[in-house]
Design a protein around this ligand. Structure first.
Ligand code: CMX
Length: 136
């Protein structure tokens, strides 16, 4: 199974602040998408010709998990997101669950870019929220 870092999710209060800095460094925003299931507007900034991006998470639902994160911890890195080959996420989910890791959702849900996504609880990963995704 192949696995690679797809994006680093950063919770923001003002998307223009980090976007502008990245733009000045030569990294331009290519995609904006609302994800109402997660209460956010996502802004994607590819970091190179490869697949890794920065994802700015702008709150659209004040009751959502990112709103809660910003309130509690302030803006900053929110999660690491790894992508796996299509068709391999369910087997990986079962393997990690069997190893005792806690998934947030019982099964993957729809995310940005038409992905199936699930998250490993930060308590199962040394305090870091980890997203796993595959193309739906
Ligand atoms: N990174 C690290 N730790 C985090 C965290 C994060 N992003 N979010 C919460 N935590 C911590 C909390 O501070 C808390 O720590 P303490 O127990 O030391 O206080 C602990 O995790 C558990 O927190 P909780 O109050 O039980 O749960 P929350 O309501 O804060 O929810 C979590 C935490 C991970 C379950 C929730 O954020 C979640 O369901 N995340 C998955 C969905 C998601 O993050 N969506 C946004 C991204 C969408 C996208 O990329 O499209």
């Amino acid at each position: 199974m192949k696995i690679w870092l797809n994006h680093i999710g950063v919770a923001v209060e003002d998307p223009s602040a980090l976007s502008r800095t990245l733009e000045l460094l030569g990294f331009n925003k290519t995609h904006i998408e609302d994800v109402p299931e997660q209460g956010v507007r996502t802004h994607f900034v590819p970091l190179s010709a490869a697949t890794t991006q920065v994802e700015l998470l702008e709150v659209t639902d004040p009751a959502g998990t990112v709103a809660k994160f910003l309130e509690k911890k302030g803006p900053g890195v929110h999660h690491l997101s790894f992508e796996v080959d299509r068709g391999t996420l369910d087997a990986l989910s079962a393997k990690l669950a069997a190893a005792g890791l806690q998934w947030i959702y019982p099964a993957p849900r729809p995310g940005a870019h038409g992905m199936r996504v699930n998250f490993i609880h930060p308590k199962s990963a040394g305090g870091v929220l980890i997203e796993l995704m595959e193309k739906a």
